[in-house]
Design a protein around this ligand. Structure first.
Ligand SMILES: Cc1ncc(COP(=O)(O)O)c(C=O)c1O
Length: 386
């Protein structure tokens, strides 16, 4: 179907940060399949795990025990300090699970019409519930009636959250991104998550973080909430978890971890041996290769590099980021830059019309980062000068 406006290129092979198209031209990938391929392309650890698992057992279903699923849940709970995991196949599904947990949690407390607080400018997925939670009219238009049970407030604004607490008594949870990705790499005030945590605790609400884009080391911590002093009740993951093998996870702790009971939720493919084996290999590589700390320091290098290269460039509004999630906001729409960069052998993305978004693989080295800064800064300057 015509669901995507595709660029005129087809990649046939990858290695690390590089991709090759069908003509043999090489590209530096600063998109990573939209924050998915943190280990880059054709990572040997993932390749070996997948090949071995494909030759052993791909799928059995959740009717039976799945050892790799249990091992992956152990890894995710160890890394997050949380208790239990539900596995699915995408980010939207992970958020669906979170929303269902919130509603059931509310019903258990006797709240008939539970409300989840969400934010403006957010992105949570394309299923009916997650597009209803999403704070972008473009994503919702034409798909009404939307799913009810969401109240929307500005991102980063805890005063309005307090007001909602006073005026809406059926709130059961808050669902936010630790920093907004699709919304244009928006970084909230430093104490935002701690304030949200405090308000949630005060009212008995679940603090639910959508870490689908920020998770798995991307921001310089394994999970972006680890930049704060707070741990959420629910966290959703997908994208970087499987390095391209579809897998999603809804991680929970405390009461939220035991809310769903047999029969409440499920997925045929969710957490199958193949996907879990891939995710185990991803976590192993991230830890062994020290990629979380590397993402942090390389992110600083990129941020400083761009700030220097584009200093005093008229038309650059702001350069911001955390780890390897960076945004260069320009004063006018710049989608055109994506095609120009492609011609120059560079894969970038533009989101929220005016923000060049960079999500390079966690395995990017310093020389590759420096060449990204040099090449892209020239493209941006030329674009802004015309
Ligand atoms: C923060 C966030 N949540 C949810 C999603 C949806 O994930 P998926 O496309 O895997 O359903 C995305 C995808 O871009 C995302 O960035």
């Amino acid at each position: 179907m015509t669901t995507y406006k595709r660029l005129p290129v087809t990649f046939v092979r990858g290695e690390g940060v590089w991709l090759w198209d069908s003509q043999g031209t090489r590209y530096l990938d600063a998109v990573s399949g939209i924050a998915v391929c943190g280990l880059g392309h054709a990572h040997p650890g993932v390749q070996q795990a997948l090949c071995e698992q494909a030759g052993t057992l791909i799928h059995t279903s959740n009717l039976y025990g799945i050892a790799h699923q249990e091992a992956l849940a152990d890894d995710l709970t160890r890394l997050s300090g949380m208790d239990r995991v539900f596995f699915c196949n995408s980010g939207a599904e992970a958020n669906e699970a979170a929303i269902k947990i919130a509603r059931l949690y509310g019903h258990h407390k006797g709240i008939e019409n539970p409300v989840v607080v969400v934010t403006e400018n957010s992105f949570h997925g394309r299923t009916l519930a997650t597009l209803s939670a999403t704070g972008n009219r473009k994503v919702q238009a034409g798909f009404e009636p939307l799913v009810q049970g969401f109240v929307r407030i500005p991102y980063g604004d805890t005063e309005t959250l307090q007001t909602v607490a006073r005026t809406t008594h059926s709130v059961v949870a808050v669902l936010v991104e630790p920093l907004q990705g699709e919304g244009g790499i928006k970084i909230p005030p430093t104490d935002y998550l701690d304030q949200v945590r405090r308000i949630c605790d005060h009212h008995g609400w679940l603090m639910m973080l959508d870490e689908i884009q920020t998770g798995m080391g991307r921001t310089g911590r394994m999970f972006a909430f680890q930049h704060s002093n707070s741990v959420p009740d629910v966290m959703t993951l997908a994208k970087g978890l499987g390095n391209g093998v579809p897998i999603g996870a809804c991680v929970a702790r405390g009461e939220a971890a035991t809310t769903l009971a047999p029969g409440n939720h499920g997925s045929t493919f969710g957490g199958n041996p193949l996907a879990c084996r891939a995710a185990l290999a991803v976590i192993d590589a991230i830890e062994r290769q020290g990629l979380v700390a590397h993402a942090g320091s390389l992110g600083e290098r990129l941020l400083n590099g761009f700030r220097q290269a584009l200093a005093d460039t008229p038309g650059v509004v702001e350069i911001r980021g955390r780890g390897l999630m960076l945004g260069i906001e320009l004063e006018r729409p710049c989608t055109e830059l994506v095609g120009r960069a492609l011609q120059a052998g560079l894969l970038i993305n533009v989101t929220a019309d005016c923000v060049v978004r960079l999500l390079p693989p966690l395995v990017t080295d310093q020389a590759q980062a420096d060449s990204l800064v040099a090449q892209l800064s020239e493209l941006i300057k030329a674009f802004l000068e015309q």
